[in-house]
Design a protein around this ligand. Structure first.
Ligand SMILES: [Zn+2]
Length: 78
């Protein structure tokens, strides 16, 4: 079987759920842990922040609802 990675934590999981992103009009493949934690992939937060403004993603950044390095202000500016 093809290995699929969770969009959020990048780990290979046996089971991934399709979840509609709360920030962008796309579907995400995420593992149960990330779905339960209400995480969004880091790149989704950056893309959404760039296209919709920092306020749109502020909550995700403040509550650190993503995996990976801290999203810096400069990454949210194009
Ligand atoms: Zn995950």
């Amino acid at each position: 079987m093809e290995k699929i990675l969770c969009y959020s934590c990048n780990k290979t999981k046996h089971k991934l759920d399709v979840k509609k992103s709360s920030l962008l009009p796309i579907n995400l493949l995420m593992c149960e842990t990330c779905v339960t934690s209400k995480f969004e992939p880091r790149w989704v937060i950056i893309l959404a922040g760039r296209s919709n403004g920092v306020d749109h993603v502020k909550e995700y950044i403040q509550k650190k609802r993503y995996i990976g390095n801290e999203v810096s202000a400069s990454e949210l500016l194009v």
